[in-house]
Ligand binder design. Structure first.
Ligand code: ADP
Ligand code: TYD
Length: 207
């Protein structure tokens, strides 16, 4: 059985990840490639606590939050019910909204990046993405989109924070350019133009 691909989307909040994930999933299905979509933080036992922290219902030290993201990620890939690793091994392509680069970018604003990277090593060694697609928009565009679409903002959704997170992504991409397949896509275009570029990357270089 041929292994499925593991394709990760990254970007600051509001960058258009879920929009593009749905379009890519449709395009894969049209080509009869079996696929499913998933996301982090999950809605499993650890992920649910993270959603409460992000919405402000609970609070925790940034080091604890960073550890919870690691635990949620391992549960996401390894759990016996719908773990991503098993799906990929069974030939299904999985498209995931956020993975460890989100931790490198978001948690490293407050927790040393070396620690975040080593805490995620088990996930990286267990399941490395075949491609990480980063949709790049400015923190300003992100805040405009978020305030237009939602009544409440989440923990990291300020312009200053998202700007630091965007820098954190680029710095992590530079650090890991030899071991990861990273594709940066300009997110300041129409939904269709971005989708076309992503499909070109996926069908010519990944699938
Ligand atoms: P994310 O999953 O990264 O948070 P979404 O796909 O939910 O992003 O998009 C955030 C908002 O921006 C949504 O209202 C969506 O319709 C809109 N949006 C997505 N892509 C674009 C684009 N290329 N141009 C303008 N608006 C967009
Ligand atoms: P979500 O509501 O899913 O936002 P989005 O649609 O923008 O992805 O919230 C996810 C939030 O969690 C987002 O602000 C990024 C943050 N996050 C981390 O800080 N570290 C991580 O490892 C992950 C997976 C997410």
């Amino acid at each position: 059985m041929e292994r499925g691909k593991f394709i990760v989307f990254e970007g600051i909040d509001g960058s258009g990840k879920s929009t593009q994930i749905n379009l890519l999933a449709e395009a894969l299905k049209k080509r009869s490639i079996s696929c499913r979509t998933t996301l982090e933080p999950t809605f499993g036992m650890v992920g649910s606590v993270l959603h409460d922290i992000l919405s402000g219902k609970m609070s925790a030290d940034p080091k604890v939050v960073a550890s919870l993201f690691v635990a949620d990620r391992l549960d996401h890939i390894l759990n016996q019910t719908d773990g991503v690793l098993k799906s990929v091994e069974n030939g299904e392509t999985v498209i995931c909204d956020r993975y460890y680069f989100s931790s490198y970018a978001y948690q490293s604003v407050e927790v040393p990046r070396d620690w975040v990277v080593s805490a995620n090593r088990m996930a990286a060694e267990t399941l490395r993405p075949d491609a990480t697609i980063f949709i790049d928009i400015s923190a300003e565009t992100a805040m405009n989109r978020i305030s237009k679409n939602r009544e409440n903002t989440e923990l990291y959704e300020t312009k200053e924070r998202l700007s630091a997170v965007r820098e954190g992504y680029f710095s992590a991409f530079e650090l890991m350019k030899d071991e990861e397949r990273i594709f940066v896509v300009d997110g300041n275009r129409s939904i269709d133009e971005i989708a076309e570029e992503i499909q070109k990357i996926v069908f010519e270089k990944i699938c």
